[in-house]
Write a protein that binds this ligand. Structure first.
Ligand code: 5AD
Ligand code: SF4
Length: 481
């Protein structure tokens, strides 16, 4: 989700659609134009880059104006109801555009595909093609089917597909930060979550293809990669025939800690981030690896969801309050200066006022640097939808959310203030949004840092910045040598 690697763009479906551009492969141009718009999490934006690559190989070029397009794709998110509502409204606009351009093919990709395929195709006749997240290789055939006058669907989920061999086309890129998908799907079955149903079983991508992609990015000038998965700590790849000298290890299995180390070793100038960690799976080996390498950023996204053990059990998170606190203690012990962010859901089924207070007290305990906060929204087909009544009134969910947001604003400010007076190593990403007299970049702990342009430094380089003051979310300073 994708001015890249900023916290609200790594794990949040609120991101609006963005048109993505690609150039055709020379000599293969089929004269047709593609428009892709993406919603949802970083994984979805990363998937759009895979789709772009597949269609570039069949000769498509892109347009930023869907009215000019021959093929219009919308890569969808299902995680909360409002995400689906936005996609639906957008599809109605595309349908309207089709009346003046009847040859236009409109397709739905991603998480909404499986559940809403018949609704979109047959009942509402909004689209011509529906493709699930594991079926993108089939897109050229599906487009042919539609060209032949039929509707086309492929929503099969796979146990193997990782698109390991596909070199994603970097879309809307600043040439500095990139997302690299390391695994797909999720086996966790958190009771509120639709992801295991929309994206299928968890599978890990072959590690050398990940290292190669990151090395190629580094050689092309990129300086930060964010390794993406629904639960990166459970990354596990069993090699059929191990290549110990390449993997730099004598075991057949590559863990997430091994993979982090392999990517960190590409170059000390390549920053490594990752998202998302699961509290039950983040073990000390990962923390020691982060501590060992300066270029693995001291920033962990560790969604707590609730601070109460009974609610966590109903959510099927498989850890309790004490376990989570112990993991936070371990982070503080092993990586003394580490930013932690979280996801929080308010008003989950049967949550009492006292249980909500425990979420607030967890926030006092951890003092999160950043949080994504949501009211519970029941999703069809999930365990919670089947087992529990969505019984907390909307106004109570909203009031609890307000309290959680107010507390987070307080701690965001406390945490940024702690950085004032310190020197930060900042990767310069470009000019600040407000002025081209200022550069903007991120600190190791993922804080946004703004400072006056110094001609000796260019985007893509690191600068040491002394922080003089801050707002709630931004550090402001100047370069020091
Ligand atoms: N309702 C509200 N929030 C949800 N999330 C996932 N499913 C739901 C839901 N049904 C939130 C969780 C998750 C983040 C990506 O979205 O906090 O970590
Ligand atoms: Fe959903 Fe839980 Fe998997 Fe995250 S870990 S994608 S919340 S099921």
């Amino acid at each position: 989700m994708i001015d890249l690697a900023i916290p609200d763009k790594t794990h949040d479906e609120e991101r609006q659609g963005e048109a993505l551009m690609l150039e055709p492969v020379v000599g293969k141009n089929n004269g047709r134009k593609l428009y892709i718009e993406s919603y949802g999490c970083a994984m979805n934006f990363s998937d759009s880059e895979i789709v772009a690559s597949i269609l570039q190989d069949s000769g498509f070029e892109t347009t930023k104006d869907f009215n000019n397009a021959d093929v219009v794709f919308i890569n969808t998110c299902s995680i909360r109801e409002n995400a689906e509502v936005r996609v639906r409204n957008r599809l109605k606009e595309f349908k309207a555009a089709k009346t003046s351009n009847p040859g236009m093919i409109v397709g739905v990709l991603g998480c909404m595909a499986e559940r809403l395929k018949s609704k979109f195709l047959e009942e509402e006749k909004l689209v011509d093609v529906v493709v699930g997240p594991d079926a993108y290789r089939d897109l050229p055939n599906l487009i042919d089917t539609v060209d032949g006058g039929q509707k086309a669907v492929n929503v099969l989920l796979s146990r193997e597909e990782t698109y390991a061999d596909i070199n994603p086309v970097r879309l809307n890129t600043n040439g500095i930060n990139a997302f690299v998908s390391i695994m797909r799907g999720c086996d966790n079955m958190c009771s509120f979550c639709v992801v295991p149903f929309t994206r299928g079983r968890e599978r890990s991508r072959e590690p050398l293809s990940i290292v190669k992609e990151c090395t190629d990015l580094f050689n092309a000038g990129y300086r930060e990669v964010t390794l993406l998965g629904q639960n990166v700590d459970s990354y596990k790849y069993k090699a059929e025939s191990p290549e110990p000298e390449v993997l730099n290890q004598d075991v057949k299995t590559t863990t997430f800690a091994n993979l982090l180390e392999m990517v960190a070793q590409i170059s000390p100038e390549l920053r490594v981030r990752f998202s998302t960690s699961h509290p039950k799976d983040i073990l000390d080996d990962v923390l020691y690896t982060i501590a060992k390498y300066d270029n693995i950023c001291n920033y962990i996204h560790l969604p707590v969801q609730s601070g109460n053990s009974r609610v966590l059990e109903l959510m099927n998170r498989t850890y309790d309050r004490e376990w989570y606190m112990e993991r936070v203690d371990a982070i503080r012990r092993i990586i003394p200066d580490c930013a932690i962010s979280t996801d929080i859901i308010t008003g989950f089924c049967t949550e009492t006022e006292e249980e909500h207070q425990e979420t607030l007290s967890m926030m006092d305990y951890v003092q999160y640097d950043f949080a994504y906060m949501f009211m519970y929204s029941e999703r069809p087909g999930t365990l919670a939808a089947k087992r529990y009544a969505d019984d907390i009134p909307e106004e109570v969910k909203a009031r609890r959310l307000k309290e959680v947001i107010a507390k987070q604003q307080h701690y965001s400010h406390v945490n940024t203030q702690r950085e004032v007076g310190k020197v930060q190593r900042v990767l310069i990403e470009g000019f600040s949004k407000k002025s081209d007299k200022d550069y903007a970049g991120r600190s190791d702990k993922n804080a946004m840092v703004i400072f006056p342009v110094d001609e000796r430094y260019k985007p893509g380089q690191y600068a040491n910045v002394l922080v003089e003051r801050c707002t709630t979310a931004t550090l402001i300073g100047h370069i020091v040598d």
